[in-house]
Design a protein around this ligand. Structure first.
Ligand SMILES: [Zn+2]
Length: 177
């Protein structure tokens, strides 16, 4: 496991002077530290965590976002039992998993299990821009993704204004062309 703090610090639950100084300088936050302590503890119960990298942990109005290393979000998101346990350890049901990298990848994982079809930057007449995301399916609560919270997180962390549109999958509607 790789964390924003030393692994040894995380295991004993105390920061070394170097990490303490980084915290004071604002290079890491208390959320990074708290989540690192918890992940180190949870790894005994959730072995998958040993293989993951936590780049940063962010808290946005009660939502907890874990930004993982490249390739790690997919592994964690495809293990519902590990995710459920992790939420228990973190005492937070509003847990979001994504990874560092470009905007598209960040957004795709954050919106999981919604499937992103396209993602485009659209310039508005006033010179501002919006990021238009087309996802498969139809709007509603079925996906389990709270879109308003997702938008808030993406704005806070990536600085993007997101506009989400749905496209219904047409497969079954073509019986009588
Ligand atoms: Zn340290």
């Amino acid at each position: 496991m790789k964390l924003p703090i030393c692994l040894a610090d995380a295991k004993i639950g105390i920061l070394c002077p170097r990490c303490e100084a980084r915290l004071e300088r604002g290079e890491i936050t208390s959320v990074d530290v708290d989540v690192s302590f918890i992940l180190a503890k949870a790894a005994k119960d959730i072995p998958l965590l040993d293989d993951l990298t936590l780049v940063r942990a962010r808290e946005i109005e009660g939502d907890l976002v874990l930004i993982l290393g490249s390739g790690d979000a997919r592994r964690l998101l495809s293990d519902p039992a590990a995710l459920r346990k992790l939420k228990e350890y973190l005492h937070n049901d509003r847990l979001w998993i994504t990874e560092e990298g470009d905007d598209r990848r960040f957004i795709e994982y954050l919106l999981h299990p919604l499937h992103v079809l396209t993602l485009n930057t659209v310039w508005l007449p006033d010179g501002s821009k919006t990021t238009r995301v087309l996802v498969a399916g139809r709007p509603g609560r079925g996906s389990g993704v709270d879109l308003e919270r997702a938008k808030r997180i993406i704005k806070a962390i990536r600085g993007l204004d997101l506009e989400i549109r749905f496209e219904r999958v047409q497969a079954k509607k073509r019986a009588f062309p």
